[in-house]
Design a binder for this molecule. Structure first.
Ligand code: C5P
Length: 243
């Protein structure tokens, strides 16, 4: 059953466009993501304004720094009353643990998740910094998420299977979702249907909604697709476990 699994990425440089879109979509049907661009330009006031409109917010700032700095940044972020925040798992165990500690102290109900590898990271990128097996790196990062007891990971749908072998309880947040063949900078893209079938709990969708003429209709269609999948009972976690 559809459970607000869609997170709309509000990647605009124009505050009016953010509010125009948010006035068209229903906060009981989706969540929204404020990323680096919008937060840098419009700040905590944007978070406050969207909370007033009843949106639950994923603050996508992907912190990656020394543990003390990340702890302090997470304290400030969770103090904004956000629903979800992320950090880079590449920051290591101590850093991710600090982020979780900040969450536990400020708002235990909020979610803290870790980014594995960006969906734009190519094998060539990894090779250039001396890293080899993509799947080993993803597994190592998933171990950090698991040991730090955070709620979930941001990953490409393709990696869900190997991460679930490490920890089945993690939530999966997947960007790189497309309704057509346009990849933009993602190395691989997935349809909402395929991402959910592969086990995504939340799908992050930016441009296919933010650049659409009819964002509300697109949202409705994706919700319909997710409901169809859950009616066919092929996307449940139990179903995935028995495969
Ligand atoms: O427009 P598009 O659907 O490609 O937007 C994807 C969104 O997801 C962007 O806001 C981007 O910053 C974010 N993202 C992410 N982690 C990734 C890839 C993209 O949070 N691995």
């Amino acid at each position: 059953m559809y459970d607000k699994n869609i997170i709309v990425a509000l990647d605009y440089d124009d505050e009016k466009r953010i509010y125009d879109l948010c006035n068209q979509i229903d906060p009981s049907l989706c969540r929204v993501k404020i990323g680096k661009q919008a937060f840098t330009k419009f700040g905590p006031k944007l978070v406050e304004n969207l909370h007033t409109k009843k949106f639950e917010i994923f603050l996508d700032l992907k912190f990656h720094d020394i543990p003390t700095t990340v702890y302090k940044a997470c304290v400030e972020a969770f103090s904004l009353g956000i629903w979800m925040l992320n950090v880079h798992l590449l920051g290591g165990n101590e850093m991710v643990h600090s982020a979780r500690q900040a969450r536990d102290e400020i708002n235990i109900a909020a979610k803290i998740i870790g980014v594995t590898l960006l969906t734009s990271t190519t094998d060539e990128n990894l090779k250039n910094i001396g890293l080899k097996e993509r799947s080993d790196i993803v597994k190592g990062l998933a171990m950090i998420a698991s040991k730090s007891n955070i709620d979930g990971v941001v990953c490409t749908p393709k990696d869900i299977k190997i991460i679930r072998e490490i920890n089945k309880k993690l939530l999966f947040v997947t960007p790189g979702i497309r309704l057509d063949a346009n990849k933009n900078e993602h190395t691989q893209v997935y349809s909402p249907r395929d991402a959910i079938k592969l086990g995504a709990d939340y799908i992050v969708i930016g441009r296919p909604i933010t650049e659409a003429k009819n964002p509300k209709d697109i949202l409705q269609n994706i919700i319909k697709t997710i409901n169809e999948i859950s009616n066919q009972n092929i996307s449940t976690k139990e179903g995935l476990d028995s495969q």
